[in-house]
Design a protein around this ligand. Structure first.
Ligand code: HSE
Length: 304
């Protein structure tokens, strides 16, 4: 079987981990073109052509792990318009321009995949898509931002906010701009994507009523977490005090958890590492496995 030629944009924590997986992993893939911001990095693979992002689009599959909004939007449009599958971890892109991109993917019969955009290494989107098949999901609830879980649990142990944020940044969980984490936007974008998959209609980040943790105090012994919660009609992200027996209350660090409640009251829980280079790259790699298998999935419908 011919190897799928990958055009990769981005060589940060996740991009470099994905690059190594493509080079060493079991799938028939070839890292063909690589667009990086910093060509002086010492860990760049020698066998790969370094190109501008626009040139990385000339591949069998485009993988965008660069982040940002308008650049990725233009790259995604150009790739999908040519019918080229587009794989990304870019939450902001999907929660802002997801309808336009899904419509284009549909028109051109091109795959649009983003397992790594929610849950890091935990298959949250896949689990929601599985349960959405019968149309029975009535509620989503979870902790989907590792940085705030880490900070709030450290504050519960008496650590100061600033110290806990610095530790979360050093652990590599926080976004490049951590205000996305602590203002709740990262969680809101993830909830918007999950809701789009659950209820078959694209939901933008602006549909999520969002309050972050900047004003949150944690009294000793209290379990406070940034909870994402929603149903078909309303979506919210806000800090909440959790009962000790709440399944979400056991999460302390990078672990994320999503509860998916169905009409009959049954609840499916999925949990695992919500951030980190290697595990998140594993989710991108799993998307690539679907393309190798000949699938052409589109993350969510446009609802039109
Ligand atoms: N900053 C994100 C988090 C990374 O803390 O969950 C994974 O999306």
């Amino acid at each position: 079987m011919d190897r799928l030629r990958i055009g990769l944009i981005g060589w940060g924590t996740v991009g470099s981990a994905l690059g190594r997986l493509v080079l060493d992993g079991p799938l028939p893939l070839r890292l063909d073109r690589l667009a990086v911001r910093n060509r002086d990095r010492e860990d760049l693979p020698e066998s790969v052509d370094l190109v501008a992002p626009e040139e990385a689009l000339d591949a069998d599959v485009v993988v965008e792990l660069a982040g940002g909004l308008e650049g990725p939007r233009a790259w995604a449009r150009a790739a999908l318009d040519r019918g080229t599958p587009y794989v990304t971890a870019n939450k902001a892109l999907l929660a802002t321009h997801g309808d336009e991109l899904a419509a284009l993917a549909e028109r051109r019969s091109a795959a649009l995949l983003a397992s790594a955009s929610v849950g890091g290494g935990t298959p949250m989107i896949e689990t929601v898509a599985h349960l959405a098949a019968t149309g029975d999901i009535v509620r989503l609830r979870g902790l989907v931002n590792a940085t705030t879980t880490f900070i709030l649990s450290a504050m519960g142990r008496g650590q100061a906010y600033d110290d806990a944020l610095r530790d979360a940044q050093e652990a590599g969980y926080a976004e490049a701009d951590p205000s996305f984490d602590v203002e709740g936007r990262d969680a809101a974008q993830k909830l918007a994507i999950l809701a789009s998959v659950a209820w078959g209609r694209w939901r933008p980040e602006s549909d999520v009523e969002t309050r972050g943790i900047l004003e949150t105090a944690v009294a000793p012994g209290r379990i406070v977490r940034l909870v994402a919660d929603g149903d078909r009609d309303s979506l919210r992200v806000a800090p909440a005090t959790l009962d000790a027996v709440d399944p979400l209350a056991v999460l302390e660090g990078v672990e994320s958890m999503l509860e998916i409640v169905s009409r009959d009251g049954s609840t499916v829980r999925v949990s695992g590492p919500g951030a980190g280079g290697r595990v998140t790259a594993g989710a991108v790699y799993a998307d690539l496995a679907r393309l190798v298998a000949g699938e052409r999935p589109i993350l969510f419908g446009t609802g039109t």
